[in-house]
Each structure stands twice: as C-alpha cells, then as structure tokens.
Design a protein. Sequence first.
Length: 131
Amino acid sequence: MKARHFYIAMLLLILSCSKPDDNSQAIPADVLKTAQLQCGSDLAWLQDIIKKADEDKATRKYLGNYRGTIYLTTYNNSPAFMIDMMMGSGGLAYYAYDCSGARIYPAAVNGVSDFYAKTVAQGWIVYSNIP
C-alpha cells in the first residue's frame, strides 16, 4: 500500500511541474529606454553581455557563466547596473557598472556590501535568463 501512495504522489508531482519557458526575457522596452535616457547612451556594452547570456542559455557556450539577472539601480546618485552573473569570475557575487560600462566597486562595511541586497529588493530588472 505504501508503494501505491508513493507512485500516486510522484505522479501528482510530475503533473504539477510546468515546463520552463525556453525564451529568455527580452529587455523590457520601458526599462531599457529609461536606462538609455538616464545614461545618455545606447548601452552597447550591456547589449553584448545580453547577447552572450542568450547564447549561454541556448547552447551553454559559456558553461553557465552568463546565467543570471541584470538590474538597473543607482550608485552615488548616478545610474548603475548590477549584473548577477559569474561571467567567468570564479566566484564573485556580482559585478557593478556605470553607464559607460566601467566597473564600479560599491563601498563595503566590515567586508559586506548592502548594495546587492538593496538592488535586488529595489532595482529594476533589465534582463533575466533564469526561471
């Protein structure tokens, strides 16, 4: 009898799972336009990262290094982008960039930066290729 309940539970679990969407999320036009207006740039460097992320999701060309989320936020009262992808870092939690694509390093207190948590909670998602 126990085996029967197990198989019924497994069947229900399998049926309740939905297939993930194979299409990556395109950049929402309003968020991209907002970022472009704030930055005064077409953000070509960001588009290059997004192309790699799309390719990594489709073919794993970059071994999952470009799987994650890109956020639009602010840092020192200027637009900034936080990229929550490994991008071959070997373990960095995230990357932060200014509008020109130059890397920025948010200040940390006692070795911990609240930039990440604040951005995830309050930033705008520009792109994501994870479910």
